[in-house]
Design a protein around this ligand. Structure first.
Ligand code: GBH
Length: 536
């Protein structure tokens, strides 16, 4: 390094704070060090191809857009459900007004150094029945153009639960219209490199058509199976439209589906019945959709046996169209639960083992912090389906119940620790078990409409003040954390591949610095297992 280069570094370090980006040694166990090793390995193994690792944040149309009756948008099932007071008496009518504020939000993503942004298209905004709504289509063209102008790549979901209210997932007649809708959007957005057809069919089918806690609020013993069946057909339809009309001219673009599941762990790993039941539960949750798409083209055997005569049946032609209909494995991962076979079926899930919680509580009743569940899930997916790549399309944690004070919510060191611990597990699965993760997308960019919980649970990397009609955004500590992590890891990966160390000016340091900050803030509280009540 020349003397003048050293001077530049010294000066910028004084002004901005800096880190010397070096290729970490194999025993560097910091989050940055592990991520660098993991991503460097994915590069060397050819898993990433000629692409860089995806670092993104996510939102979904109904949770952020608002403008529910503007620009020719027609009602969705969620508008109706919320207007009936079924979402904790909140609605997405205004949400966080992303419809009008997206240019400002894109500047924020850019400032936080994200390379990708996952958004969803509101079907009822772009189509009124089978009619195109040009104003709605234009909105997504503008949004996409603004992202690209700022060097942020869109990852676009076609369906994140806001079904036009003329449709019903129990009726196969929506499969064709979904294909037409997909066709219109593929055509309208030629620069999009990543498409997701459906977000979490398990959730919108089970919660919408069995338990009735999500729109359309149907309570039934079997309708969720019909929903899932049509969801798989609709997904396959969109994928086949893609393949026949667009794939040849856009060879660089990938299309897939994204699935969720909580990891199911045997309550007593030495009890074969607990082990067998947890594996069956994985089939019923993740295998229900993953086995048709990434495996045999058909439902898992255990699902067919479990539902017997109620299990829907695919034709051979349908199986052939569903099998292989996703270019990558999209995974939304949050938490884990235990399975206790000594309890009656249906009451066999528990979060306690010997009186101890599986993980720390959060503002969401269902979400306990279980970092080891993440690596376990990633390894499971690799072992069972061996996909060419896995994109983590959502991962995040909620607060907002224990405190509603803005200062407290913005200083979300508990969320910083959540991300550090989950990212550590992801990196380890990539390094030690060759799990081919090619991207990680945090849920969510913004505090937003959390479905049946309304605005009470906050998942954002940025705070939204819902009491101020202007809905101002404030970056939280967790947002800042990504803002420094992403360029640091990217520079280190670069240093590993070229053998040249480089210096990057950063806003913050590695894990130790965040721990020190938190301890100062919290009056010397303990980073590991301290009093984190305020996180909830
Ligand atoms: C994601 O689902 C969604 O894609 C996203 O829109 C959402 O904001 C995010 O999670 C955070 O929740 O208590 O029985 O009603 C994650 C999986 C499964 C989590 C259903 C919430 C509710 C269970 N979701 N679960 S229940």
């Amino acid at each position: 390094m020349t003397l003048s280069a050293l001077r530049v570094i010294a000066v910028s370090c004084l002004l901005l704070g800096c880190a010397l980006a070096q290729c970490p040694s194999g025993d560097d166990s910091s989050v940055q060090g592990l991520l660098t090793q993991a991503i460097s390995k994915a590069k060397a193994d050819g898993v990433l191809g000629d692409k860089d690792f995806i670092w993104g944040t996510a939102t979904a149309a109904y949770q952020v857009e608002g403008a529910w009756n503007e620009g020719g948008r027609v009602p969705s099932l969620w508008d109706n459900f919320a207007h009936e007071g079924k979402a904790s008496n909140d609605t997405g009518d205004v949400a966080v007004d992303f419809y009008h504020k997206y240019p400002e939000d894109i500047q924020m993503m850019k400032q936080l150094n994200f390379t990708h942004f996952r958004y969803s298209i509101s079907w009822p905004r772009v189509m009124n029945g089978l009619q195109r709504n040009e104003e709605g289509i234009q909105f997504y063209k503008d949004l996409t153009a603004e992202l690209l102008k700022n060097n942020i790549e869109p990852v676009v979901t076609l369906f994140h639960w806001d079904l036009p209210d003329i449709y019903d997932w129990r009726n196969e007649s929506l499969v064709e219209p979904f294909g037409q809708y997909a066709d219109i959007m593929f055509e309208a957005l030629p620069d999009v490199k990543y498409w997701l057809t459906l977000n979490e069919p398990w959730v919108f089918c089970k919660l919408g058509y069995q338990w009735g806690v999500y729109a359309p609020g149907v309570v039934s013993e079997t309708d969720f199976l019909t929903c899932g069946h049509n969801a798989l057909k609709a997904h396959a339809k969109a994928y086949s439209v893609w393949k026949t009309k667009y794939q040849a001219s856009r060879p660089d673009t990938k299309v897939g589906i994204t699935l969720n599941a909580d990891w199911r762990a045997a309550l007593d790993p030495t009890n074969p019945d607990d082990v067998a039941l947890s594996s069956k539960e994985m089939d019923l949750v993740l295998g229900w959709f993953a086995e048709p798409v990434y495996g045999s083209g058909d439902y898992p055997q255990s699902l067919k046996e479990h539902f017997a005569a109620d299990a829907p049946v695919f034709t051979e032609e349908e199986k052939a169209s569903i099998k292989g209909s996703s270019d990558f494995f999209g995974l939304n991962f949050y938490t884990a639960i235990y399975v206790d076979s000594t309890k009656p079926y249906g009451q066999h899930e528990t979060v306690h083992r010997n009186g101890e919680l599986i993980g720390e509580e959060t503002a969401s009743e269902w979400l306990h912090i279980v970092p080891w569940g993440f690596s376990t899930m990633l390894k499971y997916i690799k072992n069972v389906w061996n996909p060419p790549s896995i994109i983590v399309t959502e991962n995040g944690v909620s607060d907002g119940r224990a405190s509603t004070d803005k200062e407290t919510l913005v200083n979300d060191y508990g969320r910083v620790k959540f991300y550090q611990d989950y990212l550590t597990e992801m990196a380890k699965a990539m390094i030690e078990d060759d799990v081919p993760v090619t991207g990680y997308i945090a849920w969510s960019l913004l505090d937003n409409f959390e479905w049946s919980q309304g605005y009470a649970e906050r998942f954002g990397l940025t705070h939204v003040d819902f009491d101020d009609p202007a809905l101002p955004r404030t970056v939280k500590k967790s947002g800042e954390y990504f803002g420094s992590l992403i360029p640091n890891v990217t520079a280190q990966v670069e240093a590993c591949s070229t053998g040249n160390d480089s210096t990057v000016a950063t806003q913050g340091g590695d894990q130790q610095q965040w721990q020190d900050d938190w301890q100062q803030q919290d009056g010397g509280d303990n980073w590991e297992g301290g009093d984190q009540q305020w996180l909830r």
